[in-house]
Design a binder for this molecule. Sequence first.
Ligand code: MN
Ligand code: MN
Length: 465
Amino acid sequence: MERANAWQKYTSKKDLKKVMDFGENYRQFLSKSKTERECVAFFEKKAKAAGYINIEDAIKEGKKLKAGDRVYAINKGKMMAIFNIGTESLEAGLNILGAHIDSPRMDLKQNPLYEDSDIAFFDTHYYGGIKKYQWVTIPLALHGVVVKKSGEVINVNIGEEESDPVFGISDLLIHLAADQMDKKGSKVVEGEDLNVIVGSIPGFDKDNKKEKDAVKNNVLKLLKEKYDFEEEDFISAEIEVVPAGAARDFGFDRSMILGYGHDDRVCAYPSFMALVDTREKLKKTACALLVDKEEIGSVGATGMQSKFFENTVAELFDLLGDYSELKLRRALTNSKVLSSDVSAGFDPNYASVFEKNNSAYLGRGLVFNKYTGSRGKSGSNDTSAEFVGEIRSIMDKDNVYWQTAELGKVDQGGGGTIAYIMGNYNMQVIDSGVPVLSMHAPCEVISKVDLYEAFLGYEAFIKYA
Ligand code: MN
Ligand code: MN
């Protein structure tokens, strides 16, 4: 059975404009928000403007919450939960839209700066699954923070403005690449070769002699002048090396967006917007849960495996004047989740790794994956048929265009999401999301109509689930 192409819904100019405007707002968000911290900062600003209050302020002020209130909680600047409080007790469960806001990239090592042959470099350690050969010879930007011993946080963002310099990693010229071209893909460019070029002018002493490490020292001088930090401060820094430049409309018809970090901001953004846009009082409390560290196993304090979410729901109960440990357990068990993450869009250039009847197609709407995993569904949250049935009914109520898919052919590979971690609470969880071409490449591609159908699907879910 083939699912319909969602563009057929938007044949009138007025309807088409809604899809394109939503896509344009997303494109601008994506261009600016290239790290988990930047995503959280963007969402916090938007949330405040839309009447959400910080849960920490509510706790401090001893404020009581009630149905219709809008609250958010931030974990260490990298993870965020946003809530629309419903009219029913939290005990009845929450409707949760989960997505992640970290993306594959290269992180600076703790001792990153060195000089070799009159060129200064930053050494990196890549984050998440990347094809390393894709990250050379493209303009790169530096985003992140440097924390000084005093606790002062310096924000770094270099390479995005037209007037900024960019950075980059060299590749071997084709003329000398005879050996390299015979290597297998994983060895063409290796992890330790991802060294970012950051400068080449040496400093000179009073006798006009080049000192040892003169290029490196000149870079440090510039960093001190411009950002007021020193070499040792890199030890307590988080600087992410990401593709430079804005996301762009893709194709003559501008139907798609080419950009860095669609995985998984293309699910995080419509999840967040579904809550902001829903002004009516919901029965069940709705939550958009935007997590960090998914690309490296959802570990650590800001990943989905952290107790942050559970603790935040406990705080909500307290603010609603209704806390008990048993009620918290029931709230978690009774919750329903769309665990949203990008799907592999069917790519005709690489058709052999897909199974056509069970693939996600660009333009056919929001994707649902009953299961993910690899080698016999290993590591998958296999959603029960009953919950899949409920999802079908919810989507069709609002005429959302949706499709179902697996990640490629059986035994071709696979992947995981945060779904199984939500499942550990005994919640009902299904994987969903937006199809992407070139997943985990420096520039990924999504369709604007899939993004819009995801937004509509998320709204339907928090209304009817
Ligand atoms: Mn990913
Ligand atoms: Mn993902």
